[in-house]
Design a protein around this ligand. Structure first.
Ligand code: ADP
Ligand code: MG
Length: 477
């Protein structure tokens, strides 16, 4: 038997997220790098004019500490900011304020991935390459925006798990209100370290950058694992390097080979105070914990306890508009969870997504009041409307929010449950389709469905199908 090599994929992630604060990390310029005109949110501090002094943004510190709490990591008691020295046009000071020895958070876990650390630093400016003139333009609106960096342990072993972790982190940041974490906008940036080990020994790692979406990240990791495997099998060796992801070629490419590690000459910034967090009440874990909203994992558990299915749970957890709506609707007495989830997760979601696709913009709010939706659910439960009519009523309510009962009455959609009336209709249909009735008698089950369909049509969909089926069956016998 041929010897088959077993490869052990190892992936570790480094994720940056721009934090949502009113002002920048160390000055009071507005934190709005995406929509503002270039170089309008700048000041002497973030442009690094000599003699200026930075001030720590407490809101940014709190965001990172809350992330630490949510990850069940260890929050620092002592922390400081360090200068990371290097030279680049997007870094006006000639150093980046970051954290080295004393990150705000150590350890923690999310989606089965151990966290090494989470620290706070400042973003760089953005450079834009001008095709026409060949010049590089620099926009300092982003310089000094608070940036969180999270590093994972090298414990992920598939592209799919890496993707799940990154998506869950995005969701967590959004729940915490810490970041919009939109990857396409660069509010969340993922770097993936990938290696292929053998016999319990780590392989050489390659770092992949410029991943602009979760899909790109998953594909890049999968591609890289495959590339390294083929390289090793053809007798080559993996070199430690930084690679980029080429979206059009769907391949990684070499950007730069690592020649030893850069010496950033880290040292504590003498212009900023060292923080002893336990002496500062606003950073106390109990106070921060009190302000923590329900986290995605808590919410999942709450829905699991209601016996909802996992697909539906993910929908409600990931799209909080539907989650909040479901919560509001099911708070109303007499609404059953399983009927409500059925109409939220299937019908309502489809209607809303269709509208969003048509208008190419997302709706902030579900356009039907929870009271009206709840009333419709109750009507379905009481069988005063058929499920067919319920879908039509829902569509009508989305374009014009109104009392579903008033609407159903006006449109003749209230379900007929009067047995005499239903029998009358059934007899009429049986007279019209005598042969089909004979077919059913002869054992052709589908014939009954035809007769039911015809009866429902006669009633314009407003008949109780269960009752009708029973009546037809009894009349044919
Ligand atoms: P470096 O010193 O090159 O910065 P670190 O040990 O700080 O490396 O790790 C940086 C990132 O690389 C972390 O996310 C870590 O999980 C990941 N990593 C470390 N070793 C490996 C490996 N052998 N394979 C894949 N990822 C790794
Ligand atoms: Mg490192």
């Amino acid at each position: 038997m041929a010897y088959m090599a077993v490869y052990e994929p190892t992936i570790g992630l480094e994720i940056h997220a721009e934090l949502k604060t009113r002002t920048k990390m160390f000055c009071d310029s507005a934190n709005d790098p995406f929509t503002a005109e270039a170089n309008t949110h700048i000041c002497p501090v973030c442009l690094a004019h000599p003699g200026t002094l930075p001030v720590i943004n407490a809101e940014a510190v709190k965001h990172v500490l809350r992330v630490g709490l949510a990850l069940k990591g260890e929050l620092a008691d002592y922390t400081e900011f360090d200068r990371k020295n290097y030279f680049y046009p997007d870094l006006p000071k000639g150093y980046q304020l970051s954290q080295y020895e004393f990150p705000l958070v150590k350890g923690g876990e999310l989606s089965g991935v151990q966290i090494t650390r989470v620290h706070l630093e400042e973003d760089t400016a953005s450079s834009i390459h001008d095709e026409k003139t060949g010049a590089t333009l620099v926009d300092y609106n982003r310089a000094g925006v608070p940036l969180m960096e999270l590093v994972t342990e090298p414990v992920i072993s598939s592209a799919e798990h890496a993707g799940r972790f990154a998506r869950d982190l995005q969701l967590l940041l959004r729940y915490l209100g810490a970041s919009e974490a939109n990857m396409e906008r660069g509010e969340m940036r993922v770097e993936a370290n990938v290696s292929l080990g053998q016999n319990g020994v780590y392989g050489t790692k390659v770092e992949i950058k410029n991943l602009n979406s979760f899909r790109a990240m998953e594909r890049a990791v999968a591609y890289e694992l495959d590339r390294q495997k083929k390289l090793i099998e053809s007798g080559g060796t993996v070199v430690q390097e930084t690679r980029g992801w080429d979206e059009s070629k769907q391949a990684t490419f070499s950007q730069r080979i690592k020649e030893g590690s850069a010496d950033y000459r880290y040292f504590p910034d003498p212009d900023l105070p060292f923080l002893k967090l336990s002496e500062l009440p606003e950073f106390h874990p109990d106070i921060l914990r009190d302000a923590l909203s329900e986290l995605p994992e808590d919410r999942r558990k709450r829905y699991r306890d209601l016996a909802l299915q996992s697909d539906d749970i993910e929908l409600l957890v990931r799209d909080r508009r539907f989650g909040d709506y479901f919560d509001e609707v099911t708070k109303i007495a007499a609404v059953e969870y399983n009927t409500a989830i059925n109409y939220v997760a299937n019908d309502l979601v489809k209607i809303i997504r269709d509208i969003e696709e048509r208008d190419t913009k997302s709706l902030d709010k579900i356009p039907i009041s929870a009271t009206h939706f709840a009333k419709l659910i109750e009507m379905i439960q009481m069988k005063t409307v058929s499920s067919r009519s319920a879908k039509d009523i829902l569509t009508a309510l989305v374009s014009h929010d109104q009392d579903p009962e008033v609407y159903a009455k006006a449109e003749g959609l209230l379900q007929e449950t009067n047995i005499e009336k239903l029998r009358e209709v059934a007899l009429r249909i049986l007279n019209r389709h005598g042969q089909v009735a004979e077919d059913y008698k002869a054992g052709k089950d589908s014939a009954l469905e035809f007769l039911l369909g015809q009866s429902m049509k006669e009633l314009k969909g407003a008949g109780d199908p269960e009752m009708l089926r029973e009546i037809l069956r009894s009349l044919i016998r």
